[in-house]
Ligand binder design. Structure first.
Ligand code: GDP
Ligand code: IMO
Ligand code: MG
Length: 429
């Protein structure tokens, strides 16, 4: 510490929520730095005090919220959907989890407006469909970079808000009209609705960059939680089939307003196989019974949209690229238990094109679509691992697989997760 970045090293849904919750026991602050309610981070709390095990899916609130000592921060890099946030706060409150006094929202975060979701859906009707989550993410970041976005701080001034809102609706009027007959977008209604959000969210809004930098001076331990994954990064991912922000480690500094010198550790979360939701290249995808078995055993359905996730073998070539662009120093492997039943487990170690080994990671989608993955096959352990509580007790074949992965990826494997609960986490010694 002081700042440890936890990010997805693949195409999202690696189990960031589980690992961030697990690590939150030892930190003071957990801060989300990018993305919006497109994220779905699952945390499963163990049974206790007569209560059964409970699963929560967080979209905006950092996964440290289940540890009462932890303060959660939504940074300036996040695009904030107040509707989704209010729902999430309510759900947590109803479950007896205190949010007041423990959640801080950046006054510089951009807001998702109702028309962002409409524009997102409209673009998805076109031929160049990305398969977005439909949460208005792309259009909100377009406004941010066009310098026409509406930020949390704008909620304070009704006149400015009204002016900006009118301008933004008018500039998109043609498309909105064509698709939605935009009379349904009533500026006054939106203003009243968003000012009501402002009243409700006022207690959480602050200069989070200042808060985090003061916390750094006081030697507080901060965990920066990424959403999505490095291969969905708008700069480094499989463009254009990406999200509209920077889940990669650099995004943590710009998305939180903290200096790069504060970052002391970068951890990549890696699922023991690969999944992807939406369109785009996926070299190791399995459109067969094995892929189906991974989906069924791993419960691979989107935590936000419920869509079936595309499944395939682990792709070490893409992961080495991800390790490089993020500067990942250690890895947490999740969902190892999902491979328990498999007789054989494969890992793609390199790509070939036309029989020739690729020496440079292709970031254009066409080339990535055309690569032939070269696999190394491992013997499965065919033993249940979800009840195992120490790394040493894993079956021999599972340890061989993990240790070989460390070598193939050229990095340290720090943790192995064998189930969705906190206690199903093994430290590799
Ligand atoms: P995130 O977006 O990276 O936080 O991941 P998601 O929550 O979208 O998807 C991960 C899913 O796998 C969730 O349903 C988790 O509860 C579950 N999960 C996380 N770690 C493990 C694990 O080690 N084993 C199993 N079986 N499930 C896990
Ligand atoms: P977490 O944080 C997996 C994918 C979408 C789509 C692309 C662009 O739970 O890992 P967007 O709505 O962001 O414009 O969609 O990115 N995507 C995710 N896939 N996990 C996520 O979040 C994702 N967030 C976006 O499916 O392909
Ligand atoms: Mg998810």
């Amino acid at each position: 510490m002081p700042v440890q970045i936890i990010l997805g090293a693949q195409w999202g849904d690696e189990g960031k929520g589980k690992i961030v919750d697990h690590l939150s026991e030892h930190v003071d602050i957990v801060a989300r730095y990018q993305g919006g309610a497109n994220a779905g981070h699952t945390v499963v709390l163990p049974p206790g005090k007569g209560k059964p095990e409970k699963e929560y899916v967080l979209h905006l609130i950092p996964s440290g919220i289940f540890h009462p000592r932890v303060t959660c921060v939504i940074g300036n890099g996040v695009v904030l959907d107040p509707v989704a946030l209010m729902t999430e706060i309510k759900q947590l409150k109803n479950a007896g989890i205190k949010v007041a006094g423990r959640l801080l929202i950046s006054h510089n975060a951009h807001l998702i407006m109702p028309y962002h979701k409409m524009l997102d859906a409209a673009r998805e009707r076109g031929e160049e469909k990305i398969g977005t989550t439909g949460r208005g993410i792309g259009p909100a970041y377009i406004d941010k970079y066009m310098r026409t976005g509406i930020r949390v701080v704008d909620l304070l001034n009704r006149d400015t808000l009204c002016k900006k809102l009118k301008r933004n609706i008018e500039s998109n009027n043609e498309l909105l009209n064509k698709l939605y007959h935009s009379q349904s977008l009533n500026v006054e209604e939106i203003i009243n609705e968003y000012q009501e959000f402002d009243r409700k969210l006022d207690e959480y809004i602050t200069d989070t960059s200042e808060y985090l930098n003061n916390a750094l001076k006081r030697k507080k331990r901060i965990l920066a939680e990424g959403a999505q994954g490095a291969l969905l990064d708008v700069d480094h991912g499989t463009y254009p089939f990406v999200t509209s922000s920077n889940p990669t480690s650099g995004g943590a500094c710009t998305g939180l307003g903290i200096p790069p010198t504060a970052i002391t550790s970068i951890v990549g979360i890696v699922k023991a196989y690969s999944t992807r939701v939406g369109n785009g290249p996926f070299p190791t995808e399995l459109n067969n019974e094995t892929g189906e078995l991974l989906r069924k055993t791993g419960g691979e359905y989107g935590a936000t949209t419920g869509r079936p996730r595309r499944c395939g073998w682990l792709d070490a070539e893409s992961l080495r690229y991800s390790i490089r662009v993020n500067g990942i120093q250690k890895i947490a492997i999740t969902k190892l238990d999902v491979l328990d039943e498999f007789k054989e487990i494969r890992v793609c170690t390199e790509f070939k094109v036309g029989g020739k080994k690729l020496t440079h990671y292709p970031t254009d989608s066409q080339t990535l679509d055309a690569v032939e993955p070269v696999y190394r096959t491992f013997k499965g352990w065919q033993t249940k691992t979800s009840g195992i509580r120490s790394y040493g007790k894993l079956p021999k074949e599972a340890k061989t697989y993990i240790e070989a992965l460390g070598k193939i990826l050229g990095t340290t494997i720090w943790m192995v997760s064998v189930g969705a609960r906190r206690d199903q986490t093994l430290i590799v010694r």
